[in-house]
Ligand binder design. Structure first.
Ligand SMILES: [Zn+2]
Length: 159
């Protein structure tokens, strides 16, 4: 079972992910401080003002796009030391993991990658995981079924 703030963080990250214009991969990140205040949010997309008509072209997209985690870190207006980042629907890649660590964020909460996601980004997730261990960054991932179950309960409670 997910605790209240884990669920809230991931649910908000899920909502933010829908703001991405990327037709294939929509990722959302939310940064909360230790008092659970929302410090920043981000979704994957092109830098501000860059033409995003070419979102279908994978090759170009990969080179131009900023990941949700980086956007959330860049838009934050304060020190991120000891904050928590919630990332939906899969763990950060190793580039983002490096930026997260460098920003001072101390905790990462996300969902387990699907087999398909793991096939594409498994190497990245593995490298990132090693970095978290080296730097004592708290990393926690929940299964999508666990999360969906909480969403259903939440909905039945009228939220
Ligand atoms: Zn990334």
């Amino acid at each position: 079972m997910l605790n209240k703030w884990t669920f809230r963080g991931l649910k908000l990250a899920k909502e933010i992910s829908t703001w991405s214009k990327d037709p294939s991969t929509k990722v959302g990140s939310v940064i909360l401080d230790q008092n659970h205040r929302v410090i920043s949010v981000g979704f994957n997309g092109y830098p501000k003002g860059c033409n995003d008509d070419g979102m279908e072209n994978r090759e170009e997209k990969y080179k131009k796009v900023l990941h949700s985690e980086i956007n959330a870190i860049l838009f934050a207006k304060q020190d991120l030391k000891n904050c928590t980042i919630y990332v939906y629907p899969m763990p950060p890649c190793c580039r983002c993991a490096g930026a997260i660590i460098q920003s001072g964020i101390s905790s990462i909460i996300t969902l387990e990658p699907s087999p398909e996601q793991y096939e594409r980004w498994g190497d990245d997730f593995d490298i990132a995981y090693k970095m978290y261990q080296e730097r004592n960054v708290h990393f926690m991932q929940y299964s999508i079924s666990e999360f969906d179950e909480e969403c259903l309960k939440d909905k039945n409670n009228g939220n």
